[in-house]
Design a protein around this ligand. Structure first.
Ligand SMILES: Cc1ncc(COP(=O)(O)O)c(C=O)c1O
Length: 420
């Protein structure tokens, strides 16, 4: 950076990184605009032409605007929305925080940011799995000590209880995400229970010596999207005593494919809520009033919601199963994946180092883009440093036909490469 720019900025601003996913996505968009055949498996967004938000939501937004719902909403959210979300979370996940324990924000990000600000002092330990979405940026924003817990294909890239236990003394906030972005894998009840027990044991010790407890931030923005035979599990379902230490984050960004509508929420023990309300208020990070009105109506109508979730699961499944069936025969070239369990992502191993005579993920990424029009994001964008050949494929912005054509191109490119 230009020195005179750095001189004027704070340390925090100087150290701020751009999202690598968004820069890759921007270059892919530019290629598509030039007319190149590229399948955008890059962003965790939804193309509205492939995945529409529920139509009752749109109708209710329009109605709210036309009825003059245009002034400030209350800082914690409209009471009817907080109540509808509290009921929904209680029924679906057994988490009972009541209306007072629900604080809404403009997407999951403001409440995610707020949940770190609530607990972390500079120098406190923030533990997160690797690969995982965006945690390393939040470590920086909070002046926290980074505690990465590196996943492996064997752990389905999820952090394990024993890894957490080995670092527990240094941890103030542990963030877990399930279904996990970027891997599309989910904690089982047993895995999550073991982790909760590690946290509770540590907190028992800390309450005796007066140290602040470990807080579990549970990001479940993809909770409604699970593969056949997989159930999303919330920590309180497997370990009710974890309630006092758990902050849950959710949003309509993924579950209703409304990334641009900006509505997320935090569910927490109500006694902890007042500073969050103040923080969201100071940031002005409320969702717009019309979306709050509309979401309140939709979340009161759980039958409509559930049928929307079922339909969405079918659309995700049609894309995932096509991808899998087209990738399976490519294992002969070194292409494999981790069985998808939830969300919209597939952890894909393009182990093409030998075939292409290259040494880095970046070279593989560029080859996939140039030779096959397959745009993917390396796990390095999610904190994994090594060049291991692992990439995230996202199906949110592609049609079944896009996948089919991309896999034709990939198969051809791999055949050509192997015949050289
Ligand atoms: C795991 C996870 N949490 C939170 C978010 C942020 O969601 P929002 O767009 O609602 O801020 C994302 C977005 O990709 C995500 O993948």
């Amino acid at each position: 950076m230009d020195e005179s720019v750095a001189w004027r900025l704070s340390e925090m601003a100087n150290g701020m990184e751009r999202s690598r996913i968004l820069s890759i996505a921007a270059s892919v968009r530019a290629m598509i605009a030039e007319g190149k055949a590229v399948a955008p498996f890059t962003v965790g967004d939804f193309s509205p032409t492939q995945f529409e938000v529920p139509s009752p939501l749109i109708d209710a937004i329009i109605e709210a605007v036309s009825e003059g719902e245009t002034n400030y909403p209350p800082a914690a959210g409209l009471p009817e929305l907080r109540s509808a979300l509290a009921n929904w979370m209680h029924e679906k996940y057994g988490l009972d925080v009541g209306s007072d324990g629900i604080i809404v924000g403009s997407g999951a990000r403001p409440v995610l940011y707020a949940s770190f600000r609530l607990f972390l002092e500079p120098g406190d330990g923030l533990a997160h799995g690797v690969p995982a979405w965006n945690n390393h940026y939040y470590v920086h924003l909070n002046g926290a000590i980074d505690i990465p817990l590196q996943g492996t294909p064997e752990s389905r890239f999820l952090p394990t209880a024993s890894q957490i236990e080995s670092r527990i003394e240094d941890i103030r906030v542990l963030i877990l995400n399930s279904p996990l972005n970027p891997t599309g894998t989910c904690f089982t009840a047993n895995e999550l229970r073991d982790i909760c027990h590690v946290v509770l044991n540590e907190n028992r010790n800390r309450s005796e010596d007066g140290r602040k407890p470990v807080i579990l931030v549970y990001d479940q923005v993809y909770s409604t999207m699970t593969a056949d035979g997989i159930d999303h599990v919330h920590p309180v379902q497997v370990c009710p005593e974890i309630f006092d230490y758990t902050i849950t984050l959710d949003a309509i960004s993924k579950s209703l494919t409304g990334t641009g509508l900006r509505l997320g929420w935090m569910a927490l023990p109500p006694a902890l809520a007042p500073p969050v309300v103040a923080l969201i208020g100071h940031m002005g990070a409320w969702p717009a009033r019309p979306i709050q009105k509309a979401a309140a109506k939709l979340y009161e109508d759980q039958a409509t919601l559930e049928s929307y979730f079922d339909d969405l699961d079918d659309r995700i499944l049609s894309r995932m199963s096509l991808l899998q069936s087209r990738l399976d025969p490519l294992s002969q070239y070194g292409v494999n994946y981790v069985e998808p369990e939830g969300g919209i992502y597939l952890s894909t191993h393009f182990d093409l180092f030998e075939l292409l005579n290259v040494t880095t993920n970046e070279e593989i990424r560029q080859w996939l883009l140039d030779e096959a029009g397959v745009a993917v994001v390396p796990f390095q964008a999610f904190g994994l440093e090594e060049d291991t050949g692992w990439f995230r494929i996202s199906i949110g912005a592609v049609s079944v036909d896009d996948i089919s054509q991309a896999m034709d191109r990939l198969e051809q490119a791999l055949t050509n490469a192997s015949s050289h």
